[in-house]
Each structure stands twice: as structure tokens, then as C-alpha cells.
Design a protein around this ligand. Structure first.
Ligand code: HEM
Length: 161
């Protein structure tokens, strides 16, 4: 994901188009201005409120800042389970369709996320593993001033299937 080098960038997957009731969420935060300290976190969303942060992610993450634009790359297992409000919730992208939610905003001095300045979501749950649908998602989420907020590794073939 790509955005301003101040504050946080976040992606979440959700069965609907809004925050919560149980969305798998990932956050990349520049805790100092200019992106010299960038922290990745795993989290979840239960509603239109600050995400619940679970733990920092330190493996398979990459970040860079160029001309005030921050790029954060992370990998997520195909299937992830988290305990949300006492219930075990599994988000398996090989079995379920999801919307993708994107947000960016400022962080507090302590690194906490604040209400977003930009937020976007796809319209209609789709198969994240299907290149055609992924391209559609990228075009919806693409903020005009940035490059793609969501990238895939390996990159999907640029053809419709
Ligand atoms: C302090 C943190 C946050 C607060 C207080 C918050 C609050 C809200 C509120 C009140 C709305 C309702 C519509 C609006 O005002 O724009 C909203 C919408 C939205 N939020 Fe958050 N949010 C937070 C963090 C996040 C994060 C981390 C994401 C992750 C991707 C996110 C994604 C979205 C999206 C995509 C929408 C639009 C949903 C729709 O159209 O129904 N938010 N948020």
C-alpha cells in the first residue's frame, strides 16, 4: 500500500463495505514525521471506531519513503484467524469473497490511529485471488495522487481471465 509518509496506511478485508463487525486489518504507521520509523501491525475492526491492534508484524515487511510518499509491503497468509469479541473469526481468501477497505490518516504521539483523512472501499465482495477482480479493485482504490495502494506479489498477469 502507498500513501503519505506521515501517519498510517491501512488495508482491511471485510465481507461488507463498512468497518466491522469483524474485519481483518493491517496497519503501517510512520510514527515519526518523514517515515524514519515505520511499524506494521496486525489488527481488526469491529465498527466505526479505532482498530484493535493485536501485535506488530516484523517478518516479510518492507517499507520505503520517496518524496513524501510511503510504500509499505507485507504478506498475509491465505487464511488468518483472530479472536474478535470472544469469537474465533477466520478470514480465508481461498474460500470467501471480501471487499477491500483502505484508509490513511494521522497517528497520535503514541502511534495510535486517528479518524482517517482518506478512506475507500471496493463495491461488492470479490475473490482476492482472481487477477481480473484484483485489477478492478486496484482501479477503485487507486487514489489519484498516489500509485496503487494495494499490490500483489507476484504481480498478477495484466490480462482478463
Ligand atoms: C481511529 C480510527 C478510525 C475511526 C474513528 C473511524 C471512523 C469511521 C467512521 C465514523 C466512518 C463512517 C463514515 C465516515 O465518517 O467516513 C468510517 C468509515 C470508513 N472507515 Fe473508518 N475509522 C477508523 C479507522 C479505519 C481504518 C483503520 C480503516 C481501515 C481500512 C477504516 C476504513 C473505513 C472505510 C473504508 C470507511 C467507509 C465505509 C463505508 O462507506 O461504509 N477506518 N470510519
Amino acid at each position: 500500500m502507498t500513501g503519505a509518509a506521515q501517519g498510517y496506511l491501512s488495508l482491511a478485508i471485510s465481507t461488507d463495505e463498512g468497518m466491522g463487525p469483524a474485519d481483518d486489518c493491517y496497519i503501517c504507521s510512520a510514527t515519526t514525521s518523514g517515515g524514519s520509523t515505520i511499524v506494521f501491525s496486525s489488527a481488526y475492526l469491529t465498527g466505526e471506531s479505532p482498530p484493535t491492534i493485536l501485535n506488530p508484524i516484523t517478518t516479510n515487511v518492507q517499507s520505503s519513503v520517496t518524496n513524501g510518499i510511503m510504500t509499505c509491503t507485507f504478506t498475509r497468509p491465505i487464511s488468518v484467524s483472530k479472536t474478535v469479541s470472544g469469537n474465533n473469526v477466520t478470514w480465508d481468501v481461498s474460500k470467501q469473497s471480501f471487499n477491500v477497505l483502505f484508509a490513511e490518516g494521522n497517528v497520535t504521539v503514541g502511534g495510535g490511529t486517528t479518524y482517517h483523512s482518506v478512506r475507500k472501499h471496493t463495491h461488492g465482495a470479490f475473490n482476492l485471488l482472481k487477477p481480473k477482480d484484483r485489477l478492478l479493485m486496484e482501479s477503485i482504490l487507486l487514489p489519484s495522487r498516489y500509485s496503487l495502494p494495494f499490490c500483489c506479489s507476484p504481480a498478477p498477469p495484466r490480462v482478463d481471465k
